[in-house]
Design a protein around this ligand. Structure first.
Ligand code: MN
Ligand code: MN
Length: 314
């Protein structure tokens, strides 16, 4: 009997180093029509402030996703038994114009959301989350936010510019995209200009969990608190790969030591199961700084875990 939904191309049908370079070797399609969830790439690094290269992130994540199998041995999730999923390709940003690019992204996500699909985004620098959240607001109203990152990304401006990868959550807040009593930022750390770098978030009513509070601990109890805080509100998950310690994920542009472990990252994403996730992204993978491919591979696995945590996957 033919499966009801799209399935990843299996390793017994085509060697894993062959076949299509789509996310999890899923079928590709041009739009989100008919889908429950869609993997979509945003090949962009023109919002970065330090090392570039995230424009190559989506295709490297797709390549490193080739070994992912459909069943989650840890959680028992079998997402392709319950959701119709495809890779809908990349957003055609204008790589010569960041401000035009954020408008292109916003319009593209409005179209995805009109189809009722949950977008799972392969980044791309973190600027992209702002236009996605604007599209989310217009579809769902203000959303709860789980933001995993070494950085707060709430700068008012960088080099005098208000659109940059260190500004998306400031812009989203200004635009009324967020439920301020249901925002949490996890993994923040490193050097700053002063306490306001993180306190601005706290003054908005957001919960800030700095990396040091996470050291040597399971984050499953924290995620229990997060689920209680968010309840049944629509929630967006934004996962910057630089939240992980550079020992695990060195292939990124703005590296800070003392970060989260892979297993803590998994606890966060798996801990989102039961929430009303309306979208998620995995950003800031920079292949030129990722010679082993390991950072992209970790990113691909986290995107699969996001799929496993979506509503509709028991
Ligand atoms: Mn970030
Ligand atoms: Mn970051």
């Amino acid at each position: 009997m033919a499966p009801r939904f799209n399935q990843p191309l299996g390793g017994n049908d085509m060697p894993r180093f062959g076949g299509p370079v789509t996310m999890m070797r899923l079928p590709a399609q041009d739009s989100a029509e008919g889908l429950d969830a869609a993997f979509v790439g945003i090949p962009m690094d023109i919002g970065t402030s330090n090392r570039p290269g995230t424009r190559l992130g989506p295709r490297q994540i797709r390549d490193e996703s080739r070994m992912l199998r459909p069943y989650n041995m840890a959680t028992g999730a079998a997402p392709f038994e319950h959701l119709h999923v495809a890779d809908i390709g990349d957003v055609p940003i204008n790589t010569f114009d960041l401000k035009k690019s954020v408008q292109i992204i916003e319009d593209h996500y409005r179209a995805i959301l009109r189809h009722g699909a949950v977008p799972l985004t392969l980044g791309g620098d973190h600027t992209l989350t702002w236009p996605i959240l604007r599209a989310m607001r217009d579809r769902h109203g203000p959303v709860a936010l789980i933001h995993v990152d070494a950085h707060a990304d709430i700068n008012d401006a960088m080099f005098g510019e208000t659109v940059a990868h260190g500004c998306p959550f400031r812009r989203a807040w200004e635009d009324g995209c967020l439920l301020n009593d249901r925002v949490i930022q996890i993994g923040l750390r490193g050097t700053g200009y002063g306490p306001d770098d993180f306190d601005w978030s706290r003054e908005r009513g957001w919960r800030v969990v700095q990396a040091e509070e996470c050291w040597h601990r399971s984050l499953s109890p924290l995620m229990e608190e997060v689920r209680a805080m968010i309840g049944d509100a629509p929630v967006y998950l934004s996962f910057d790969i630089d939240s992980l310690d550079p020992a695990f994920a060195p292939g990124t542009g703005t590296v800070e030591p003392g970060g989260l472990s892979i297993w803590q990252g998994l606890e966060i994403v798996r801990g989102c199961a039961g929430l009303r996730l309306v979208g998620a992204d995995l950003v800031e993978v920079s292949p030129p700084y990722d010679p082993s491919g390991n950072t992209a591979l970790v990113g691909a696995n986290l995107l699969y875990e996001m799929l496993c945590a979506l509503p509709g996957v028991p």
